[in-house]
Design a protein around this ligand. Sequence first.
Ligand code: 3PG
Length: 213
Amino acid sequence: MYESFYKTLEELLIVPVVVLDSESQAAPMADALMAAGMCSAEVTFRTDAAAGSIRAMRDAQPKMHVGAGTVLTVGQADAAIASGAEFIVSPGFDAEVVSHCIEREVPVLPGTVTPSEVSAARKLGLTVTKFFPAAQYGGLDTIKALCAPFVGHRFMPTGGVSKANLADYLGSDSIVAVGGTWMVKPALFADGDFSQVERLAAEAMAAAHAVRG
Ligand code: 3PG
């Protein structure tokens, strides 16, 4: 299931986790990320601007892969999909949200950090899940341990992924792509200037390509 989306994730390498307070930040954020070669964004439903920002990013950069993050309810999933979200990400595993996205044929990446959670996700047909918060749950060591019994399962770790450990994660076949906030922290564009975002995103993509080609 979702094989073409998983292929896209592999190509994206890094999915920035974006928190926007205002929809007006969405287009310049999309422009900066695309200019840096970082062609996706996970726009989190932690602010009221999320749905409108997804729409605005897609309008500004139609080729960008824009998804929704921190999706905790079926209602949020529907709002995200209605705004044009191409994929849904949740911090944990909620069978109702996952099943709903599958029914709607929208790729979903629920968080799974235990064997039981990975099992539940695989039972619903998923072979790629998020691993969050990655640092606190043992990072790559835990991911490798989980992939021993769950042969072929892959993860998108977020939470503590940074310039410092990016290469370790992407060096593993168990990692489809990584996610993180280090190049899109709100303080970097609080003054409306997105050049720092573009610089850090370009730097991150160069480091990712150095590992994955
Ligand atoms: C999140 O969902 O909050 C991000 O995964 C956080 O990760 P960070 O460590 O990159 O901020």
